[in-house]
Design a protein around this ligand. Structure first.
Ligand SMILES: C[S@@+](CC[C@H](N)C(=O)[O-])C[C@H]1O[C@@H](n2cnc3c(N)ncnc32)[C@H](O)[C@@H]1O
Length: 272
């Protein structure tokens, strides 16, 4: 176990909706408040499959983590962790590799407030929580707790699941620049796993969802398949490449989904 690198005084900003707490509500959690439930309810009204979509994203994280641990990855950097929802990434990784080391990163004070659940590591491994803003990659990459937990000279599994649609480009390709910073900080053999919302299949619903998030004070930008694929430039995509999240190495026969339910692309790539 490590710890969290944050100021104990937190302002939860309960007066406005936040992506982590809305996601918690979609997943059936209890760490959400009136403003979150109101905004999430509006999303559900225009996109009734929102809860299914959140579950598919979460399941994708589990499948990818299990796959990477089985492939030999022992170090994980999970950026945009979310409110702890069992099983958490380290629990999945350490089930395969008890010695796995995991650093969680989020900027939501409520995730920090619940970080204890992320720090219950297998004794053979180690976990840490870093409170930092992913849009300032140096604040993550220079965090002492990160270096106390992970060796950036050895391969690292980067996980940026359901994070980057909360990072708008504002005309300057910001999200891709951020991902490039993280990619360049890790050595050959490292991996990048991502899920990301797209408007490719349900443009009308995604436009309304974007509007609801933005009005609630949370920046939101869906991206096309080409834009998503560009995040992995220079790295080798693992089979099956870029697909909708439910189609990435499913555990069994595909479950029947309501039309348009899966609105997230997923992919994993390896640094040559
Ligand atoms: C939808 S949740 C995804 C949780 C988890 N990765 C998953 O896929 O199940 C998105 C998370 O990203 C976090 N987040 C959003 N913007 C962030 C930023 N700039 N820096 C760090 N975390 C951020 C939110 O607080 C939230 O916990």
């Amino acid at each position: 176990m490590s710890g969290s690198g944050a100021d104990p005084v937190v302002d939860l900003r309960l007066d406005r909706a936040h992506s982590a707490r809305m996601y918690d509500w979609y997943l059936g959690g209890h760490t959400n408040f009136a403003a979150d439930r109101e905004a999430a309810g509006k999303v559900l009204a225009v996109y009734p499959a929102a809860r299914t979509a959140a579950r598919l994203t979460r399941q994708l994280t589990h499948r990818v983590t299990r796959f990477l641990a089985r492939e030999g990855m022992r170090q994980f950097l999970d950026i945009g962790t979310g409110i702890p929802t069992p099983p958490n990434l380290h629990e999945v990784a350490q089930e395969v590799r008890p010695e796995a080391r995991v650093v969680y990163v989020d900027n939501d004070p409520i995730v920090l407030a619940h970080a204890a659940a992320l720090l219950r590591s297998h004794t053979a491994g180690r976990t840490a929580y870093v409170q930092a803003d992913a849009t300032v990659p140096e604040s993550v990459l220079r965090a002492p707790l990160l270096h106390a937990t992970l060796d950036l000279g050895e391969p690292v599994a980067l996980s940026l699941n359901a994070l980057l649609h909360f990072v708008t480009d504002d005309g300057c390709d910001r999200a891709h620049a951020i991902v490039e910073c993280f990619k360049s900080a890790v050595p050959s053999g490292s991996t990048l796993a991502m899920t990301h919302a797209t408007a490719d299949l349900t443009p009308t619903e995604m436009a309304r969802i974007t509007e609801i998030y933005v009005r609630a004070g949370t920046p939101f930008q869906s991206r096309s398949k080409a834009e998503f694929t560009r995040f992995f430039d220079g790295w080798e995509l693992v089979e099956p490449g870029v697909v909708l999240s439910h189609a990435w190495r499913p555990d069994g026969p595909a479950e029947p989904l309501p039309p348009g339910a899966d609105v997230c692309y997923a992919a994993v790539a390896r640094k040559p």
